[in-house]
Design a binder for this molecule. Structure first.
Ligand code: ADP
Ligand code: MG
Length: 327
């Protein structure tokens, strides 16, 4: 007996500066999904335009009543959504709430967890409750008055300024002097209504992928990210040669285990689903939580695919497991 292939909508694009990266992630997922088990459809989401591209110059719109696609009179309904949409509306919960309402399973964390983790300040409050080290921070709303010297005297220099809800380092600045604070905030406010100002944590940047597959926790080998720029900015993330990513990271075994245990603990505490990447900064004293990505990059340059490879899991198996985990 042959089982029918599952129809998989790989959602990508979105409404943030991560559009292009998400399209790359979506293409990688589409390319590597096992075609004997799954039939992939890459679905672009941009504002109200949700569509499939059967060829370069044609598009077919999704029917938002049931997220279906009608091609040449034949209707396709999806068994599952593979979430490759970084940023809004894929990573902040909006699209996921809609999918819950119409009853289509998806590979990533649910809408509440996504909304929480996409808001860096809210997420830090939950992480704090577990007793994990965090950078001190100040949250500002667009238009709110502030005194640069007070912020600097509270948090010190350098500072990091970032949109409270965003990704790929879009709108993130390292601030080395008091006078750089205002322009950095203006840049962050272009991306979001809230900006998070954080004290600088000097240390080694570590990414740790976690994936609970059918009740079994898998923690991937950890990666050290060594940026050749001043920090892991957009350019360093996506330009070949601008950062070294070392997997497994060269750290003592006890530290390696501590980071992995912490990532697994946070995954459980937050209630994540699917594969997630926790980012930490390792200092001489502590492991600082930086952020968690619930729709981590899946492009060739991304960290999770590198970690899966080192663990000996092919991308086909890895993506297949993400789907089989929820259907
Ligand atoms: N408090 C901090 N101390 C040191 N480096 C930081 C800090 N915050 C951010 N960075 C640097 O900026 C990068 C982007 O910040 P991050 O919070 O991860 O935002 P994004 O969601 O855009 O990836 C990090 O990968 C790191 O290199
Ligand atoms: Mg980050």
């Amino acid at each position: 007996m042959t089982t029918k292939r599952k129809n998989v909508a790989i959602v990508c694009g979105g409404d943030s500066g991560e559009y292009e990266i998400s399209v790359q992630s979506g293409n990688v997922v589409s390319k590597f999904l096992d075609k004997e088990k799954f039939q992939p459809f890459l679905i672009y989401i941009k504002g109200k335009d949700w569509f499939f591209k059967p060829s370069e110059d044609s598009t077919i719109n999704i029917d938002k009543n049931d997220f279906s696609l009608t091609i040449d009179g034949e209707k396709t309904v999806f068994d599952v959504v593979f979430n490759a949409l970084h940023g809004t509306p894929g990573e902040d919960g909006k699209l996921l709430g809609y999918l819950d309402m119409i009853g289509i399973p998806y590979t990533s964390s649910n809408h509440i967890v996504s909304a929480l983790t996409f808001n860096k300040d809210f997420c830090k409050q939950v992480v704090k409750s577990v007793g994990v080290a965090l950078a001190d921070s100040v949250l500002l709303r667009r238009g709110q008055s502030f005194k640069a010297h007070e912020v600097v005297s509270e948090l010190g220099l350098p500072l990091f300024v970032k949109p409270n809800s965003n990704g790929s380092s879009v709108g993130v600045s390292k601030v080395n002097s008091e006078k750089e604070l205002k322009p950095a905030l203006e840049k962050a406010f272009k991306e979001d209504e809230y900006a998070l100002i954080e004290s600088f944590i000097k240390g080694r940047e570590i990414g740790c992928g976690v994936f609970e597959f059918k009740g079994r926790m898998m923690v991937l080998p950890i990666t050290e990210i060594i940026s050749k720029n001043e920090f892991f900015d957009y350019d360093a993330k996506y330009t070949k040669g601008k950062s070294d990513e070392i997997t497994p990271a060269d750290v003592d075994e006890d530290i390696d285990l501590e980071i992995k245990a912490l990532a697994a603990q946070l995954y459980n505490r937050i209630g994540c689903r699917g594969f997630v990447r926790f980012d930490f900064i390792l200092t001489d004293e502590d492991i600082y939580f930086l952020e968690v990505n619930t729709v981590p990059g899946m492009s060739a340059a991304s960290i999770i695919p590198q970690q899966a490879e080192v663990m000996g899991i092919s991308l086909s198996d890895f993506f297949g497991m993400a789907i089989e985990n929820v259907i």
